[in-house]
Design a binder for this molecule. Structure first.
Ligand SMILES: Nc1nc2c(ncn2[C@@H]2O[C@H](COP(=O)(O)OP(=O)(O)OP(=O)(O)O)[C@@H](O)[C@H]2O)c(=O)[nH]1
Ligand SMILES: [Mg+2]
Length: 452
């Protein structure tokens, strides 16, 4: 339960030594409390101004600080706020926080500043969640999506769709008021058209989650294939370092190794694995088990083969094993510096590389990024869903919309249609913030950092 009457304080910068540290205070008593630490008042200072002041507690001076002043609703939280820039010392931060606590502040909960912004109507819930995503973003894709959502994202769309559904609900509920009389204010044909249109949009958003989430978290690419296919060589070439042991002995790699790379603004987790074969050695067999586990969890599995050393039938058999475990498998012919024959018997070979000379390796990864991003744009959304809570709400909404479509076909009564409409609306509304469950709200903000 959030108590908005309290005035809260938090250190917004990470602990340790830094050039500057930032302490935030928000709430109705902000200025009253800071006055207690000042010898020269800031009463006359306007909102959105910065002043240099000395702060004191009973032991004397705490620090020389800059006070950024935000009065009234024109602040991030929508209430009186001070941002105090101090010298970046944990000692000063702790002593200052102690002083304001003494005069009536309370320590902020994680995310409480943002939660206040939400409760005071400065942000909707999807935007508030985007704040956490912006802070957490470590690569271009995650950052772009988070910024987009922070600036409104699909919030406006949702309002619009909700409004349309609500209009129809009112009409249907009006019919119910007429009781016995057989009136139909809400044209079922038009309702069907509208619901179809909205369902289409909602489904596309919902579908974008699998890929959106994978891209946000770091898309996993697993390099698999028989021993000596050149997997570790490719892995090293990609990282530009001698990360994995390479040798011409079959079964060199036993344990999987993974590293993070960035290509075209997308972060990827690349995994080099133990070569697949019927191993007799216990440890090697365990390594191969791990290979399959990684394949199962992969975004894309790159199946590497050396055409000079494997017949097409064996490639086909490896591919069918892999495709039983994961959806996307790309076949890659390696050691093309040695091979002079034709690859036509090997099925759909996505790329021809020479890992040893780093030929076409980066290009292959750029192509992967290209395909992933074009898949996203094919979904036709400006923005993809990267938040699991939103994805679930879209899915629930879609289920209700389907019930309406089925209901229209089967001549479902108005009261039941209205029930499904209301449930669908509720699912949409929960994305932007109409949530009647305090626990859910608390849970969302508890994942934030303190001071945000
Ligand atoms: N000519 C040529 N040799 C390559 C190429 N890629 C890898 N090799 C050689 O093939 C041998 C096996 O390479 P690795 O990278 O260890 O193969 P691997 O697939 O990791 O093998 P395991 O770890 O045993 O599963 C090494 O001698 C590499 O130098 C290539 O593109 N061209
Ligand atoms: Mg290897």
């Amino acid at each position: 339960m959030v108590i908005l009457n309290d005035t809260i304080v938090a250190v917004a910068t990470p602990s340790g030594i830094g050039a500057i540290g930032l302490i935030r205070i928000s709430g109705s008593r902000t200025f009253e409390i800071i006055e207690k630490l000042l010898r020269k008042s800031i009463q006359d200072q306007q909102s959105h101004s910065i002043v240099l002041r000395e702060l004191f507690d009973e032991d004397g001076i705490i620090d020389e600080v800059l006070l950024s002043i935000f009065r009234g609703s024109r602040s991030f939280t929508g209430e009186d706020t001070l941002e105090i820039s101090i010298h970046g010392s944990d000692y000063i931060a702790t002593r200052l926080v102690k002083a304001v606590l003494f005069h009536g502040c309370r320590m902020a909960e994680p995310g409480e500043f943002t939660q206040r912004a939400f409760l005071n109507g400065k942000l909707d819930l999807a935007q508030a969640e985007a704040v956490a995503d912006v802070i957490a973003s470590e690569h271009k894709f995650a950052h772009e999506q988070a910024m987009h959502q922070l600036r409104g994202g699909y919030s406006k769309d949702i309002q619009l769709l909700r409004g349309k559904l609500l209009d129809f609900t009112s009409l249907i509920e009006l019919e119910l008021d007429f009781g016995e009389e057989d009136v139909e204010f809400a044209s079922r044909d038009e309702l069907k058209k509208l619901v179809l249109e909205i369902k289409n949009r909602v489904d596309r958003l919902s579908d974008s989650f699998t890929l959106g989430n994978a891209l946000k978290k770091g898309f996993t690419i697993v390099i698999a294939g028989r021993p000596n296919a050149g997997k570790s060589t490719m892995f090293n070439s990609l990282l530009n370092e001698d990360r994995a042991i390479v040798s011409d002995i079959e079964g060199t790699t036993r344990d999987s190794i993974e590293e993070l790379i960035q290509v075209g603004g997308v972060r990827m987790r690349v995994v080099d694995t133990a070569g697949i074969r019927d191993a007799t050695d216990v440890i090697e067999r365990e390594g191969i088990n791990r290979t399959f586990k990684h394949v199962e969890a992969s975004g894309i599995t790159l199946y590497l083969f050396d055409p000079s050393n494997i017949i097409p039938e064996d490639v086909a058999s490896d591919l069918s094993t892999l495709k039983n475990k994961t959806e996307r498998v790309w076949t890659i012919a390696n050691k093309m510096d040695l091979f002079r024959g034709s690859l036509s018997e090997y099925g759909d070979v996505k790329a021809e590389i020479s890992a040893k000379d780093s030929q076409n390796v980066v290009k292959l990864f750029e192509r992967i990024v290209g395909e992933l991003t074009s898949e996203i744009s094919k979904l036709g959304n400006e923005i993809v869903v990267t938040n699991a809570r939103h994805a679930e709400s879209f899915r629930l909404c879609s289920v209700e919309l389907q019930s309406i479509l089925d209901g229209i076909e089967s001549g479902l009564t108005g009261d039941l249609l209205s029930f499904h409409l209301r449930s669908g609306i509720k699912a949409l509304a929960s994305i932007t913030g109409e949530i009647d469950n305090e626990e859910v709200l608390g849970n969302i903000f508890s994942k934030f950092c303190i001071g945000k």
